[in-house]
Design a protein around this ligand. Structure first.
Ligand code: NFE
Ligand code: MG
Length: 504
């Protein structure tokens, strides 16, 4: 008889997410993932001025707002028949790049690392670092006054096999603290041209509404250099240390094995040159990406809207009491297939395409340090490694892009909102492929549909009863102690789920 383990809510992710797994002889034999709230942004947008869209959709999330803003202005560019100015295109890359760095550092240190790094080790720290000594004093006093171990905000945590090398623990904990500063710096860098962050004020159809000046270039560059140094000397090393200590996690959490990337970061105004290329890998074969093959199923989702419809013509009608449905997340499929999206998908597509020699060199270098093969990347640890590698690539590119700006040249091109029009904005959010589909009637938004990275990854079963990507990644995992299902939490967190986004 299978034992049921529920994690509800899954903590240290964004939003309200629950998983229910069935375990037989300590192995997960069945998994269900539920997004537990409805938000309604697609409904809120109907009937509004299209120029509200990049501001309203950014409120879908506080972690990846920039990508929603970018998807929205790409959809509007298309609907208005315009292309961004050169400065505008570059600024969009730089603002999105800063947000990637913020988001990936947040995910590794503040959401996922404490699944591996032993925060309790701080109580054994005897060195001279004032930050670590402060933290040690605070944790010790919290533990003694509340008799709870280890201490808030490092609670709750499962008992399990944390890193035993305390030097690695101390370094990672020190970087955990430093990462808080680094995230603020990433926001500051983005805000130089975004006006403010997390919700960028300057993202606009035709480019970006902030002017390019020499002082802004200097400010952005100096913050980005600090970020690059933290990524090179802190983040990457910590990921390598964790990966070396947990080699089994290169075998766990494989998932559906299909990967989808829409591509992002335009490097030329003809849209043909993307830093992260688009592509689809199904059953090990790479193919070009066709946006017309995207549909969303709703059989097991709490919506009465028709199932299997392309997002350009679909609807979002909540049905909270629908029988057989167990999630507020729809089930996006590509040509009917379950797909994983995110940093691992981007790295796999780019690596297999083989055109980005720098990425290939970074991936091969990391695999050789860890004594692993490319296929091992399809795993919990592979997702962490891919995220770290692309953080480095993005930071280096941001430093290059900032030098391509031309002060005094326009950041935006002019446009008129048409009576009617349609547009699709496809980009890559930190967590993966993101699309906004827009149609305009009487100069107002007639329909607005978003298909979001975590909607792909955390989807429930589709109409064919095929489990979603995270549901599949949980299958077969060995759960040592059902009271402390750390293995399941590590698998889920490797995807960096954001349920606020997924249900939008
Ligand atoms: Ni709310 Fe988001 C997701 C990302 S979509 S964090 O899923 O990345 O832009
Ligand atoms: Mg949607």
């Amino acid at each position: 008889m299978a034992k049921i383990i529920k994690i509800d809510p899954v903590t240290r992710i964004e939003g309200h997410f629950a998983i229910r797994v069935e375990v037989e002889s300590n192995l997960i034999v069945n998994a269900y993932c539920s997004g537990e709230m409805f938000r309604g942004f697609e409904t809120i947008l109907k009937g509004r001025d299209p120029l509200d869209a990049q501001q309203i959709t950014q409120r879908i999330c506080g972690v990846c707002p920039v990508s929603h803003g970018v998807a929205s202005i790409l959809a509007q560019d298309q609907a208005y028949g315009i292309k961004p100015s050169n400065n505008g295109r570059i600024l969009r890359n730089m603002i999105l790049g800063a947000n990637y760095i913020q988001s990936h550092i947040l995910h590794f240190y503040h959401l996922a690392a404490l699944d591996f790094v032993d925060i309790a080790a701080i109580l054994n720290y005897n060195g001279r670092d004032p930050v670590l000594n402060n933290l040690k004093g605070w944790v010790a006093s919290e533990v003694s006054s509340k008799a709870v171990f280890p201490a808030a905000p490092f609670l709750p945590r499962y008992k399990g096999d944390y890193l035993t090398d305390n030097e690695f623990n101390f370094t990672a904990i020190r970087n955990y603290m430093e990462a808080l500063e680094m995230r603020a710096k990433a926001h500051k860098a983005g805000a130089v041209f975004a006006g403010k962050l997390p919700h960028a004020a300057s993202l606009f159809p035709g480019g970006v509404s902030e002017k390019v000046t020499v002082d802004k270039i200097v400010a952005y560059k100096s913050l980005m250099k600090e970020l690059k140094s933290f990524i090179d000397n802190g983040y990457l090393n910590d990921v390598v240390n964790v990966a070396k200590a947990f080699p089994d996690y290169f075998k766990l959490g494989k998932g559906c094995g299909n990967f989808l990337a829409y591509g992002a970061f335009n490097e030329s105004n003809d849209n043909l040159n993307l830093l992260f290329p688009s592509g689809v890998i199904i059953n090990g074969t790479i193919d070009s990406f066709d946006p017309l093959k995207i549909t969303e199923d709703t059989d097991h989702s709490l919506y009465s809207s028709a199932s299997g419809i392309h997002p350009a013509s679909s609807e979002t009608t909540p049905a909270p009491h629908k029988s057989g449905a167990y999630s507020w997340i729809k089930a996006p499929r590509y040509n009917g297939c379950v797909m994983e999206v995110g940093p691992l998908s981007r790295v796999m597509v780019s690596y297999i395409k083989g055109r980005d020699l720098k990425l290939k060199k970074l991936v091969d270098g990391l695999l050789s340090v860890l004594d692993k093969k490319p296929e091992d990347l399809v795993s919990v640890m592979g997702r962490h490694a891919a995220r770290a590698i692309e953080t480095k690539i993005v930071a280096e590119k941001c430093l290059q892009w900032v030098d391509e700006l031309v002060p005094g040249e326009p950041s935006c091109t002019d446009f008129k909102i048409p009576e009617t029009g349609t547009g699709v904005g496809l980009t890559e959010a930190p967590r993966g492929a993101l699309g906004h589909w827009l149609s305009i009637k009487d100069k107002k938004i007639e329909r607005y549909q978003c298909v979001v990275p975590t909607t792909w990854n955390c989807s429930p079963r589709d109409d064919m009863k095929k489990p979603g990507a995270v549901e599949q990644a949980l299958l077969g995992a060995y759960i040592k102690d059902d009271k402390n299902p750390l293995e399941a939490a590590r698998i889920v967190r490797s995807f960096d789920p954001c349920i606020a986004c997924a249900v939008h």
